[in-house]
Ligand binder design. Structure first.
Ligand SMILES: Cc1ncc(COP(=O)(O)O)c(C=O)c1O
Length: 485
């Protein structure tokens, strides 16, 4: 392997700074233009989503059953068909503190480097001090748990962007936070653990000896690298043992968590309108689907209505965890211990063991039911890239745009660069919107491996597709139409 210390800086030297005007970089929204409602796409889907199933009866699970683990408000939002849901004032206050609205920036230097006629815009969710979009979901989750009288929250961590900002929001509402942090990331991301502990959270490497499920796995496989599916199972075990004290909060995947992220796309849409631009491509990385959903949903609604049929929606994942590009649309558990209801999703199986890589937040076996639905129905396309090509793209972004992107987000950048190069080949002036959902300032170990040329390109491990339900999710929906209507 050769090192990556010098490229692509040398290439940049070919482009003098005065060649392009340095204006119109950033579109800012005034603070009072912050969205005050979340957008619920379920109101605008052409058909209802297939139901969640109870794993024992294989029949639709009543929403109330989820109140054993989630707050009442989360459950209400999960199944709501209301188009607009009001953001409570304390949550808006926390959004403003982020600060929101976040900037939208034109990536002129990147365009210049790629020598492309395409326009590339980034929505800057990385400006959050904790590093990512995740704060848009942790603020309401902590608020609702506090408002409903719970004392603590359990959550899983992969990249630990979600749990870091959650630690702060739990402290804000005087709640305990217990984090199960996938072991490989726990070992590689000591900085994240320190942040969470500094904010007062309790952090366990997962699989852990804190739960029966964790102990069982450690006994069979002491060096298990962990996965989000195992961490979720550990969280659920804690909550189900003491449900009056704890609530469980899932960092992505669920409809309500995706909906809380729509402030991102609502702002981006307004910001683009201010400069009279509409994207041809909306690009984002997908772990469980929340950042990308939040950015794209307010644009997707135009496609669903037929107002903007040409817009393309591109979701990008890691080659090592190909949950959508190789996933099968079927019912699967959200966790490895098979505790959750069965969800209709694209999945590579809840027993999938992701190989160790640096994109901890993309190492999940399934995809949000809403994103899965949009892919299966052809409204959205999925792409996968290998770790080294993704880090190479991140290096280009670092050297052109001056920001160190999170390894997860770098997947979106890699794809945006590919699209911009395609525009160059075809001479097309397309507009590409990228959700720059996180910074990578705590992921420097991965970057160092990349620079030294020692970053591996792990292959996916064995995929065992789930077979809990033989019928297609749409057939199940038809079968239970009367119950779920
Ligand atoms: C920066 C960043 N981007 C993306 C993701 C993937 O999650 P999601 O698809 O829910 O946005 C994570 C998850 O931890 C993350 O930290």
């Amino acid at each position: 392997m050769s090192s990556n210390y010098f490229s692509p800086l040398r290439e940049m030297e070919k482009f003098p700074l005065d060649k392009f005007p340095n204006k119109d970089y950033t579109v800012l929204l005034p603070p009072d233009e912050i969205p005050t409602y979340w957008y619920n796409i379920q109101a605008d889907l052409p058909e209802p989503m297939p139901p969640w199933l109870h794993p024992a009866t294989l029949k639709p699970i009543p929403p109330q059953a989820l109140e054993a683990i989630w707050t009442k408000e989360a459950v209400r939002h999960e199944f709501s068909k209301e188009r607009w849901i009001k953001i409570p004032d304390p949550v808006l206050e926390l959004y403003r503190q982020l600060p929101r609205p976040t900037p939208l920036k034109r990536c002129r230097r990147l365009e210049q480097f790629l020598n492309t006629p395409a326009q590339i815009y980034q929505k800057c969710e990385y400006v959050n001090p904790f590093g990512s979009h995740k704060t848009n979901g942790t603020a309401p989750e902590a608020y609702y748990a506090w408002a409903e009288g719970y004392k603590g929250i359990t959550t899983e961590a992969g990249a630990a962007q979600w749990s870091s900002t959650f630690a702060y929001h739990c402290k804000y509402f005087n709640l305990r936070l217990m984090v199960f942090f996938a072991r490989v990331s726990y070992d590689k991301k000591a900085g994240r653990r320190i942040i969470m502990e500094l904010e007062g959270a309790e952090v366990y490497p997962s699989p852990s000896d804190r739960t029966e499920f964790g102990r069982k796995i450690l006994k069979e496989y002491p060096e298990h690298p962990g996965s989000l599916g195992i961490a979720v199972a550990e969280c659920l075990e804690v909550v189900l043992k003491e449900p009056d004290y704890w609530r469980y909060s899932l960092g992505s995947v669920a409809n309500h968590i995706l909906m809380y992220q729509t402030v991102v796309g609502l702002e981006a849409k307004k910001q683009l309108e201010m400069i009279d631009v509409y994207p041809d491509y909306v690009v984002g990385c997908i772990g469980g689907g929340s950042n990308y959903f939040g950015c794209m949903a307010p644009f997707m609604t135009d496609k669903l209505r037929g107002a903007k049929p040409e817009t393309e929606f591109h979701a990008v994942e890691g080659y090592a965890v190909p949950h959508t590009t190789k996933g099968r649309y079927t019912y699967d558990f959200g966790d490895t211990a098979k505790t959750t209801p069965l969800l209709p999703m694209l999945t590579i199986g809840c027993e999938y063991v992701p190989p160790p890589d640096h994109a901890g937040g993309l190492r999940y076996h399934g995809m949000a039911p809403l994103i899965s639905y949009l892919i299966v129905k052809g409204y959205m396309k999925a792409f996968a890239y290998r770790q080294t090509e993704v880090f190479k793209a991140a290096q280009i972004v670092a050297q052109t745009e001056g920001m160190i992107t999170a390894p997860e987000t770098a997947h979106a950048w890699k794809h945006a660069i590919e699209l911009a190069l395609e525009c160059k080949r075809k001479g097309e002036k397309k507009v590409i919107l990228v959700n720059n959902c996180g910074h990578g300032l705590l992921d420097l170990a991965g970057y160092e491996e990349f620079l030294k040329g020692t970053l591996p390109d792990p292959e996916p491990t064995a995929i065992k597709y789930p077979q809990y339900v033989t019928e297609d999710p749409f057939a199940i929906r038809e079968k239970y139409k009367e119950i779920t209507a």
